[in-house]
Write a protein that binds this ligand. Structure first.
Ligand SMILES: Cc1cc2nc3c(=O)[nH]c(=O)nc-3n(C[C@H](O)[C@H](O)[C@H](O)COP(=O)(O)OP(=O)(O)OC[C@H]3O[C@@H](n4cnc5c(N)ncnc54)[C@H](O)[C@@H]3O)c2cc1C
Length: 400
């Protein structure tokens, strides 16, 4: 398939990796990346970890070196937002008034944070998605607040709580579900994370919602649904994300909790999507998924780029084993695969008590997931077994 040019909307992880992959595949036509942030592509995971802790500076976040970018001959239009696309005419409109006719289009616009209504402009209340968010939270933590409240104990909330606590701050972590990370890890393993936070001195409140965030000029307190009130001078809200698809309404693309793609990451002829914004059927797990992990943005960016250069006959399904890590205190938590609360689970090495173990998950005889606490080698080796499609029994018997 020959293409005269490729336009990538979203100049971050998936978008940049897609562009690099196009050059690796010897696509030598023009590649334009359009990104609404003013910054050159940077990495997000450190924003809740090393960067927030004050251990890394901005330079260390760069996703690529300037020399490498020059080699790839990419055109960046940063600080520019795509406002509309029309599939029929292939016209892409930008917020600077320009419009482009695109040939190949790869969409990697990621996701943005959910907010608590009414708190968006309240001083001292933050969300964390981008560099500017992390800088603002870091400045608030530098000011030595007497009490930090983190709302939502998903991965971002739990990491922010850990980082703030390691900076010696007084931290309350509030979660509506019975356990932190319960949605991803289930209650049993969520309880292990709860213990880790409590052992580090976090005031963890679970099974309780937030009724109001209050204050006059700035945040002063958080009122919980059990009637308790927590004084706060910095609040970080981590209650999930929404895929950035509004600009595609009326485009002719199907939007449903992300950009709906086929198994090969194709959303329409000559249009692919990748990263946090893409939803596609992953045949390995018989599941339609949208994955919000770093590794997926990298892999799917590459796959969606390649797809733009392939005919329908050449195209291959994208069937990764989803994988992520999270760093909290001195624990590296990693999960590969797709697990559900009713899966069978067995610990194969280490123990929950030492907070260092690998647990395997099986469903209907199939090996579907591995969770590791400070067991990176095990997670990667078991991930390979999931990829190979071994049975649960075979995984349990494997010598790793
Ligand atoms: C604080 C934080 C910590 C994380 N830690 C981990 C971790 O430890 N492990 C892990 O596996 N994953 C982690 N992640 C998730 C990982 O960073 C994301 O999955 C990854 O960034 C997704 O890449 P993406 O390119 O799809 O989307 P994004 O990184 O969100 O990039 C999308 C880009 O498109 C831009 N954009 C949006 N709309 C438009 C538009 N209309 N026009 C132009 N540009 C637009 C956005 O501003 C953004 O720059 C973390 C995420 C965050 C925020």
């Amino acid at each position: 398939m020959t293409r005269s040019s490729i336009t990538i909307v979203g100049a971050s992880l998936a978008g940049l990796r897609a562009a690099e992959s196009l050059r690796r595949q010897e696509f030598d036509g023009p590649i334009t990346l359009i990104g609404d942030e003013p910054h050159a592509p940077y990495d997000r995971p450190p924003l809740s970890k090393q960067f927030l802790a004050g251990d890394w500076d901005e330079e260390k976040l760069a996703l690529t070196k300037p020399e490498k970018l020059a080699d790839h001959d990419l055109t960046f239009r940063l600080g520019t937002r795509a406002t509309a696309f029309d599939l029929a005419t292939r016209r892409l409109s930008l917020d600077d008034g320009d419009s482009l006719e695109v040939d190949g289009l790869l969409i990697a616009t990621g996701a943005r944070c959910r907010t608590l209504p009414g708190t968006e402009d309240m001083e001292g209340v933050f969300v964390l998605r981008g560099l500017d968010d992390s800088l603002a939270i870091r400045a608030a933590l530098d000011a030595g607040p007497s009490r930090v409240v983190v709302v939502g104990a998903g991965f971002i909330g739990a990491e922010v709580a850990a980082t703030a606590r390691e900076r010696g701050l007084d931290v309350t972590l509030v979660e509506a579900l019975p356990q932190p990370l319960g949605r991803v890890l289930g209650d049993e393993m969520g309880a292990v994370c709860a213990d880790v936070h409590r052992e580090h001195g976090v005031d963890l409140r679970v099974g309780v919602g937030v009724d109001a965030i209050e204050g006059d000029d700035r945040v002063e307190r958080v009122r919980l649904s059990d009637g308790s009130v927590i004084d706060a001078d910095a609040v970080v809200v981590g209650i999930g994300v929404i895929p950035n698809t509004e600009w595609l309404e009326g485009s002719g693309l199907e939007i449903d909790n992300g950009i709906v793609c086929d198994a090969t990451c194709l959303a329409a002829p000559g249009v692919t999507a990748a990263g946090d914004v893409a939803r596609w059927p992953n045949h390995r797990f018989d599941e339609f998924m949208r994955v919000e992990h770093w590794d997926n943005a990298v892999e799917q960016g590459g796959h969606a780029a390649k797809r733009l250069l392939q005919s329908d006959d050449e195209a291959e399904p994208f069937m990764p084993v989803p994988w992520f890590w999270s760093d909290q205190y001195d624990r590296k938590i990693q999960l590969a695969g797709r697990i559900r609360p009713d899966d069978d689970m067995q610990i194969v090495t280490g123990s929950v008590e030492e907070r260092r173990f690998a647990a395997l998950y099986g469903r209907a005889g199939k090996f579907v997931g591995v969770l590791g606490f400070n067991r990176p080698r095990h997670v990667m080796q078991y991930k390979t077994l999931i990829q190979q499609g071994v049975s649960y029994d075979e995984a349990l018997a494997a010598e790793i």
